[in-house]
Write a protein that binds this ligand. Structure first.
Ligand SMILES: Nc1ncnc2c1ncn2[C@@H]1O[C@H](COP(=O)(O)OP(=O)(O)O)[C@@H](O)[C@H]1O
Ligand SMILES: Nc1ccn([C@@H]2O[C@H](COP(=O)(O)O)[C@@H](O)[C@H]2O)c(=O)n1
Length: 208
């Protein structure tokens, strides 16, 4: 039996443009057969920790993520099942109580920093992309984004960047680049990459 759902992974550093690329594809494809999930939805539940304890979590280490649940959902989507994806709230460093029902559309885009770092996760993907944006550009964009959209201040973003974001990038994310099928330079507004990926996704939808 032909597989119905194709899983497409978009990996790369924090603020490299993964989410912008995924949202641009969704907007421009205008198809009910494409949807997006963020790996960040699968950060582990931290309800048992105080807010102060939560700020000390290393959110760039694979252990902070519930990859088991994510893999379960990826496999269920491939089997044609709708899955309850957790909703993440950065301002409280925790999942909210509600979930979001994600249907097994023909193409499911999944974006996240650690998608290619472990064999168990990366083997679930049919197509794997890596956003190869220079780290200094990522830091500038993260600083701006985290202050405007994630309720952070400059000191906390810079402290976290030096203590965990950059070291974990070096240890886990950059070495996972080798597993990508396609490496995308210039971030989430790379017009040629966007058009090529759109053509590929349209052909997958039409073949269905
Ligand atoms: N090529 C680009 N040019 C300008 N701004 C960009 C570009 N790519 C991403 N951004 C901006 O940088 C920030 C981080 O991008 P985002 O897509 O959220 O990164 P990621 O999902 O990889 O963490 C966002 O505010 C986004 O709008
Ligand atoms: N409570 C949290 C959870 C995650 N982060 C940071 O988010 C980054 C991953 O998301 P991107 O959209 O930037 O890819 C990751 O680098 C974590 O440090 C956080 O700060 N707080």
């Amino acid at each position: 039996m032909a597989q119905n759902t194709i899983l497409v992974g978009i990996a790369g550093a924090s603020a490299s443009g993964k989410s912008l690329l995924a949202q641009t594809l969704i907007k421009e494809l205008q198809s009910e057969q494409v949807c997006v999930i963020s790996e960040d939805s699968y950060y582990k539940d931290q309800s048992h920790l105080t807010m102060e304890e939560r700020t000390k979590t290393n959110y760039d280490h694979p252990d902070s993520l519930d990859h088991e649940l994510m893999i379960k959902h990826m496999q269920e989507l491939k089997l044609g099942t709708t899955v309850p994806v957790p909703v993440y709230d950065y301002s409280i460093h925790n999942r909210r109580s509600e979930t979001r029902a994600v249907k097994p559309t023909r193409v499911v885009l999944i974006e996240g920093i650690l998608l290619l770092a472990s064999p168990a996760v990366r083997n679930e993907f049919d197509l794997k992309f890596y956003m190869d944006t220079p780290l200094d550009i990522c830091l500038l964009r993260r600083l701006q984004r985290d202050i405007i959209s994630r309720g952070r201040d400059m000191d906390s973003v810079l402290k976290q960047y030096q203590e965990t974001v950059r070291p974990m990038f070096m240890q886990f994310i950059e070495p996972s680049r080798q597993y990508a099928d396609l490496i995308i330079p210039h971030g989430g507004r790379n017009r040629i990459a966007i058009d090529l990926i759109k053509t590929k996704i349209r052909s997958l939808i039409e073949k269905h």
